[in-house]
Design a protein around this ligand. Sequence first.
Ligand code: ZN
Ligand code: ZN
Length: 172
Amino acid sequence: MNCPACNNELQTVQITGVRTHACVGSCGGLWFEWSEIKKLEDRNTGAGVELLHVERAEGVHVFRDIQHPCPHCIHTLLYRHCFSRKFNYEVDQCAKCAGFWLDVGTLAQLPEQSPTEADQQSAQAYFKNLFEENLKSEVLTHPDVHEARQIIAQLFRFLTPQPLFPTETPFS
Ligand SMILES: [Zn+2]
Ligand SMILES: [Zn+2]
C-alpha cells in the first residue's frame, strides 16, 4: 500500500490493538481503515501518540492542492474534509471504503511529554482552527458530515497527548 500524498510505501503500525498504515521516513501521513476507526472510541486520549511522532523526512512534497487516490481502492479519489495551510494539516476520507487519511501537520512538532505554556497555546490555536473554524463551517455546507466530524475528533484524541487535547471534546 502506498502513501496517497507522497507515494512512499506505507508501514503497518499496531498500537493498543489499533492497526494503522504510516508513511514512515517520508511525509508522516497516516491511513486508518474503517474497521480500525471503530476501535478508537474505547481508547484513552493520547494512546496513539507514537503515531504523531513517526519519522519524517525534510522537504517532502505532499501536493496539498490536489485530491489524493485512496491507498486501498487506488482508483477512487479521497474526499477532502478539511485542511489548513497555516497548521499544515489535512483530513481526507474515501467514499468507497470509508478509510481516513490524516496528515497532522504542525501538531507533530509538539512534545509528547511536559508541554510548556507555549506548547499549550499552540495546541489550543490548532484545535480551535480544526474544530471550531474548519469543521464547523463544513457542517453548515454538508449537514451529512456530522458522523465524520465525530470520527475526526476521535482520531485526533487518539493521537494527541492528553494535556494538549481540548478538555471539552467537540461533537462527542
Ligand atoms: Zn507520504
Ligand atoms: Zn478506499
